[in-house]
Design a protein around this ligand. Sequence first.
Ligand SMILES: NC(=O)c1ccc[n+]([C@@H]2O[C@H](COP(=O)([O-])OP(=O)(O)OC[C@H]3O[C@@H](n4cnc5c(N)ncnc54)[C@H](O)[C@@H]3O)[C@@H](O)[C@H]2O)c1
Length: 274
Amino acid sequence: MDKLGGSVALVTGAGRGVGAATALKLAREGAAVVVNDLDAAEARATVSQIQSEGLTALGCPGSVTEPDFPQVLIQSALDEFGHLDILVNNAGYIWNGAMHNHSDEQWQAMLDIHMTAPFRILRAWSDWLRPTAKAEIEASGVARCRKVVNISSVSGTRGSATQIAYAAGKAGIVGLTKTLAKEWGRYNVTVNCVAFGHIDTRLTQSYEDNPPSISVGDRQHRVGLSSAQVDASRRNSPLHRIGSPEDGAGAIYLFCIPESDFITGEILTCSGGA
Ligand SMILES: NC(=O)c1ccc[n+]([C@@H]2O[C@H](COP(=O)([O-])OP(=O)(O)OC[C@H]3O[C@@H](n4cnc5c(N)ncnc54)[C@H](O)[C@@H]3O)[C@@H](O)[C@H]2O)c1
């Protein structure tokens, strides 16, 4: 399969989980992939895996919430490959707690990673995208179809107790998606969003035996779910299972292929029907 041959894709948070599976999927379908993650070793591992299959990847580790990093990220892709056609804003994490226990820092961190970082990355891309698309339209009447896939959550589209800041961030990216779809239609860019239900990654691992925590910068966050919650997710899905990272990557992929060139401003729920 080579549906994405000749394309360059950028996936943030591609060191593990859904992002890593997406980077691999897009590479296997022919795209050259820029692999970003906060954790440099994990980004390197994804790049190595792609390259070991004889496919093309470039690592660009760093935090997407650093104000100047989005410009670096976009420029690295353009310097290496000369163009950038698919942008997947996937990097994210949870920082849960009851509403009354949420700190200002927690609230801001969730908005920074799930709304501000995608906004800055897309704005940085626009410096290259707009003149490029305009030149293509002038030359041939139509710009190449390019793709944005943002990642939301059913927490953002339906609400989820103990995730007030996370849910606000994941709802915000829906508004960004729908608005940018209207603005960038003229450049033939489709802008869509995948809202995940329960996907089996380090954020959702069962914690009875060994309560997991993740480090984000110098902070540690407890993540994971009780096995009762994992069982409930399984029961709530008509498919009677939770999603794999590859299921998540498959949903993202649908918005990257030419068959979705007339779909924009949409939110696709990937939750096994839960
Ligand atoms: N797993 C689920 O059930 C689920 C449900 C709904 C939405 N999501 C969303 O899916 C996306 C992928 O999450 P996942 O489940 O694969 O989690 P994951 O923890 O396996 O992967 C997320 C990756 O993002 C990276 N990351 C975090 N902050 C970053 C930053 N500032 N800069 C660059 N990289 C950063 C992490 O290092 C990690 O490798 C996230 O946006 C998450 O909110 C996941």
